[in-house]
Design a protein around this ligand. Structure first.
Ligand code: 5GP
Length: 216
């Protein structure tokens, strides 16, 4: 692994990004750190400021953005999210592997900024049905939010298929296997990128997503 590698995890809510990021950190204590984003979203009960996110209001976010304080930022579901340049500098300074949970727009922007350091992983649940079941099982989300998440999942995967960036598709069926796959992406040189459109899980996922009216 090179110093300063940025491992970017993209994928639908319910793909297991957070769980996998924690597992990777547990596997190499003190060597891997989570990039803490700024967001204008309201803090959830189980979240802490400065741990899960830096929670800021919109004027503060926009002021930092206008001072070119973000390496990347995006609007997701009506809220602003961004990775500050200061956060990237902190991660670089510490020489740790930096883990990112960001959307596809942010992933593209990070890749353009750090083409040699970034590894792009798109995390996929084993099937569309599993994703639907996981989102419904949470029981905390309204039907509207579930639909929005399903729609975002479908759109993001189409975007990955059309993307010029070097993606790796990681199917999260068994956690440890998916974590091993992510570890393999850290090799130097990295494994060759794959064409997502040729990946059987991607094909099956998109076929079911496109046929699901909840994701339209
Ligand atoms: P949530 O509000 O559920 O924590 O996150 C919503 C979405 O925002 C997720 O897709 C997450 O990956 C994305 N996100 C979180 N932080 C950032 C960030 O700093 N930049 C970008 N571009 N997206 C982010």
């Amino acid at each position: 692994m090179t110093q300063g590698t940025l491992l970017v995890l993209v994928g639908p809510a319910g793909a297991g990004k957070t769980t996998l990021a924690h597992l990777l950190q547990k596997r190499a204590p003190g060597q891997r750190a989570f990039s803490i984003s700024h967001t204008t979203r309201t803090r959830r009960a189980n979240e802490a400021d400065g741990v899960d996110y830096y929670f800021v209001d919109r004027p503060d976010f926009e002021a930092l953005r206008d001072r070119a304080g973000f390496a990347e930022w995006a609007e997701v579901h009506g809220n602003l999210y961004g990775t500050s340049r200061a956060e990237i500098a902190r991660l670089h300074r510490d020489g740790k592997l930096a883990l990112f949970d960001i959307d596809i727009v942010g992933a593209h922007n990070l890749w353009r900024l750090y083409p040699d350091e970034v590894r792009l992983a798109f995390l996929l649940p084993p099937s569309w049905q599993v994703l639907v079941d996981r989102l419904l099982a949470r029981g905390t989300e309204t039907p509207d939010i579930v639909r929005r998440r399903l729609r975002t999942a479908r759109i993001e995967l189409h975007a990955v298929c059309a993307s010029p960036a070097p993606w790796h598709i990681v199917v999260n069926d068994q956690l440890e296997v998916a974590a091993d796959h992510l570890e393999a992406l850290l090799a130097v040189p990295p494994p060759p990128a794959e064409d997502p459109r040729a990946h059987p899980s991607v094909q099956a996922f998109l076929r079911d997503a496109d046929a699901d009216p909840r994701a339209a």
